[in-house]
Each structure stands twice: as C-alpha cells, then as structure tokens.
Design a protein. Structure first.
Length: 193
C-alpha cells in the first residue's frame, strides 16, 4: 500500500493531479476540501463552521481535521493507497498522520511537493474564482491563505524534508505536463512496492 501526501501552495494543482492519479492507478483520493465543501452543501454544523472559517481564508482547526482524516482512513477499503490532498496543513497534523499511518503499518510512502510560482498560482486562483464561483478565491482571502501557508504549511514541508520524504515537482506547466512528472514518481514507488 502506498499512501502519498500531495502538497503545494493554493492552486498548485493538488486536486487535479490527485484525480488523475486516482483514475490511472486506483488510489483513494482523500480531499479534505471536497469533504468540507460537501458538508457545507449539506448544511451540517461542520459545514457551516467550515464555510465561515474557509471563506475568510483560514485553515480548519487541527482538533476537527485530524479526527476527520483518521476516520476516513479507517473507513477506506482501498488496497492501492490513499492520496492525501489538502492534509496535512500544519506540523501537528503532519506528526499525527505520520504516527497514525505508521502504527497501522501503512506509512507514508512519499510526499509530492507541487512547486508552483506565486504569480502562476494567483492567476489560477482568480481564474478559478470566475469559473467556479469559489468564495475562498478572492484577492483578500488569497492573501490570508498565503499567510497561513507560509506560517503553518511551510513547517510541514520542512518536517517531511528532514525525513527525506519530499519529492519536489515543478508545477507551473499545464496539468498534463505536471502529471507526467508526478506519474514518474508514483510509478517508481509502485515498482519498488
């Protein structure tokens, strides 16, 4: 089983790349953003809280996200592995996920870091705001998300980097160009599994 964390700043292409990997290789795609958007659409208590927090460009608190992800892992019947998209976003989430999967004898195989320039990411976010009408893609919330990314997510990248788990992939290109590089990393993992 290959559990893979896919990281990158907002609009690096995490969801797109994970969807392509899931389709080709059969991974389970655990997108915390999709889970929270579904909760919002259903009007649940969690969904209403998520709307307020995410629309302001903030991250959901660890005490909500960690149990939610652990529960999804336990419920998964996928034998290929899980793609973690949008999680972990804090160092505490990273530590908890690492220990949890290790204890289940399903450790993280690698962390793919989609390295996109800020200029390209902002262009993608503003385009996505127009096409999808996402309330969390305004210029103000983009600024907030960047602040959180730098203060909370960069330490996660450093955490995994110290363990030698980061595989950086340039992500300024088209989804197809980026996917070809990510695909090479994943095929290498599956060969050695």
């Amino acid at each position: 089983m290959n559990n893979i964390v896919v990281m990158g700043m907002p609009a690096a292409g995490k969801g797109t790349i994970c969807a392509m990997l899931a389709k080709e290789f059969g991974f389970a795609h655990l997108s915390t953003g999709e889970v929270l958007r579904a909760e919002r659409e259903a009007g649940t208590k969690l969904g209403l809280m998520a709307k307020r927090i995410i629309d302001a460009g903030n991250f959901m608190p660890d005490h909500i996200m960690i149990p939610m992800v652990k529960e999804a892992v336990v419920k998964s019947t996928n034998t290929v592995g899980i793609l973690f998209d949008g999680f972990p976003r804090t160092k505490e989430q990273a530590k908890q996920l690492h220990v949890f999967l290790y204890q289940r004898k399903q450790p993280i195989s690698t962390v793919i870091f989609l390295d996109v320039s800020k200029k390209v990411a902002v262009e993608r976010l503003l385009k996505r705001a127009q096409s999808e009408g996402r309330a969390d893609d305004t210029e103000e919330t983009i600024g907030n998300r960047w602040g959180h990314y730098n203060s909370k997510t960069m330490p996660v990248i450093n955490y995994f980097s110290k363990m030698g788990m980061i595989k950086p992939v340039p992500a300024d290109g088209t989804p197809e160009e980026v996917y070809e590089q990510v695909r090479g990393v994943v095929k290498g993992l599956l060969v050695t599994a």
